[in-house]
Design a protein around this ligand. Structure first.
Ligand SMILES: [Zn+2]
Length: 71
């Protein structure tokens, strides 16, 4: 089972993947703090908090792996 650390409560969150592989941008709900998390990197799997405030946070946006915003 794939696991990643919740950035909010630092719990190891099991990442369930329907088709066998996770995708960047996939939403994961932390079972402990109920934070709405998003997979922002795959190797290793890294979770980020979904946009919920106005702070200008820089998320993983390396070359060739752009996060697509809902414009
Ligand atoms: Zn959490």
């Amino acid at each position: 089972m794939l696991k990643a650390t919740c950035p909010s409560c630092l719990l190891d969150v099991a990442v369930s993947v329907g088709n066998g592989r996770p995708n960047i941008g996939q939403h994961v709900l932390c079972p402990d703090c109920r934070a709405d998390l998003t997979i922002i990197w795959l190797y290793p799997i890294t979770l980020g908090l979904s946009k919920s405030n106005d702070s200008d946070q820089a998320v993983a946006s390396d070359e060739g792996m752009l996060i697509h915003d809902n414009l």
